[in-house]
Design a protein around this ligand. Structure first.
Ligand SMILES: Cc1cc2nc3c(=O)[nH]c(=O)nc-3n(C[C@H](O)[C@H](O)[C@H](O)COP(=O)(O)O)c2cc1C
Length: 359
């Protein structure tokens, strides 16, 4: 048992999760906000090894473990998360204007299942503040930063493309890749029609158009929900194959986690979605499905239920090029990304040692 799980977590779990989450993020911000603090965090937590490095959609990653969208929603902490050992951080979801999200409480733990239930409503500081935060300490940034973009709540349907384009255009020079969150454009599966696919394609085409006019190329990925029907998922894979879309993020929190919750938890869940361990099998199944559908020819970021090195390895084996996590930071603590990296690199390190001994 780690120090975090034996001593820190039992105390943190006595308090409401969002208060703890905000406190931990504030502490992390203070500790890692200077060059010395960031260096110290890196010394304690980061693990580097050449076997972990990889190039995916044209971007160089020092390791395949990333912080999922929602962890650094205001782009204030990506350097600190990098120092904790993450190879990349997906900021956001960022919307054009700031928004408060839903009223609290809106985030709950389900410790028995190592899960979280939330109906956050994507609170974030909006593009302008996010850019200020990114620019403040852009110099010498080592961690890859992606931006997850979404429209503001209550946006007008006819403004869909404008909503995404505005965030995309403004953040273009500040991040290394984009993830387009289309949850707000997707109806429940039985209401899904060709028109929804067309709306998504039109919006993406505007992003591609803007990108064609730029000197630097920014990969664009689309985030898939585990709650979509096979038809919806197949359509998104079709868009990936037919357009210059660069990859998929598979998948997301789920509104249908099966019968794993008690009636009380179910009632908290109304309007909410579930993250954490119960998602893993569905995520693996989905990663395998989309990868085989597109013949393993486009990159996939696997996310949902990764709580251990073995879970991350299973997603990589299923076809993911990179892996992200959110809930593991709550249940496993800040050493999680570094620990996963160390364990992922262990076979390569053992091989190196054996080769040295043989010489
Ligand atoms: C509190 C919370 C907030 C989240 N916010 C976002 C978000 O703003 N945008 C998004 O695309 N995903 C968001 N997610 C989903 C995560 O990025 C991730 O896909 C999901 O939690 C599954 O990963 P996990 O099982 O490792 O937690 C959020 C998840 C949680 C728990």
């Amino acid at each position: 048992m780690s120090f975090y799980k034996s001593f820190v977590r039992p105390i943190l779990f006595l308090f409401p999760i969002e208060r703890v989450h905000n406190f931990m993020l504030a502490a992390l911000r203070v500790v890692g906000d200077t060059i010395v603090g960031e260096w110290l965090l890196g010394k304690i937590y980061t693990f580097r090894h050449p076997s972990l490095e990889r190039e995916v959609f044209g971007v160089r990653f020092r390791n395949p473990i990333g912080a999922a969208a929602g962890l650094d929603r205001d782009a204030r902490l990506y350097r600190q998360f990098g120092a904790l050992g993450f190879g990349f951080v997906e900021i956001g979801s960022i919307t054009p204007k700031p928004q408060q999200g839903n009223i609290r409480p809106r985030l709950f733990r389900v410790p028995g299942k190592r899960a979280l239930i939330h109906h956050m409503g994507e609170p974030n500081c909006g593009i302008e503040r996010a850019i200020e935060h990114i620019r403040r300490r852009a110099h010498g940034r080592k961690v890859v930063v992606g931006a997850n973009i979404a429209p503001n709540e209550h946006f007008l349907q006819e403004n869909t493309t404008k909503e995404y384009l505005r965030t995309f255009r403004n953040l273009y020079q500040y991040v290394e890749y984009f993830t387009v969150n289309v949850n707000a454009l997707m109806p429940q599966s039985d209401h899904y029609t060709e028109e929804h696919r067309a709306t998504i394609e039109t919006m993406l085409e505007a992003l591609f158009d803007f990108r064609r006019g730029q000197n630097d190329y920014r990969p664009i990925l689309l985030k898939i929900s585990p709650d979509w029907s096979t038809r919806q998922i197949d359509d998104m894979v079709g868009i990936l194959i037919d357009t210059p879309l660069d990859g998929l993020v598979v998948s997301d929190s789920s509104a249908t986690p099966g019968n794993i919750l008690t009636p009380k938890q179910q009632s908290r869940m109304s309007g909410g979605v579930l993250s954490g361990a119960p998602l893993l099998e569905r995520t693996i199944e989905l990663v395998r499905y989309v990868c085989s559908k597109m013949d393993y020819s486009y990159p996939v970021i696997g996310v949902g239920g990764v709580m251990s090195t073995q879970d991350a390895q299973r997603l990589l084996d299923a076809g993911a090029s990179l892996v992200q996590c959110f809930s593991a930071m709550v249940y496993e603590g800040p050493a999680f990304p570094g620990r996963v990296c160390r364990q992922l690199a262990a076979p390569a390190i053992a091989q190196e040692r054996a080769q040295k001994r043989a010489k």
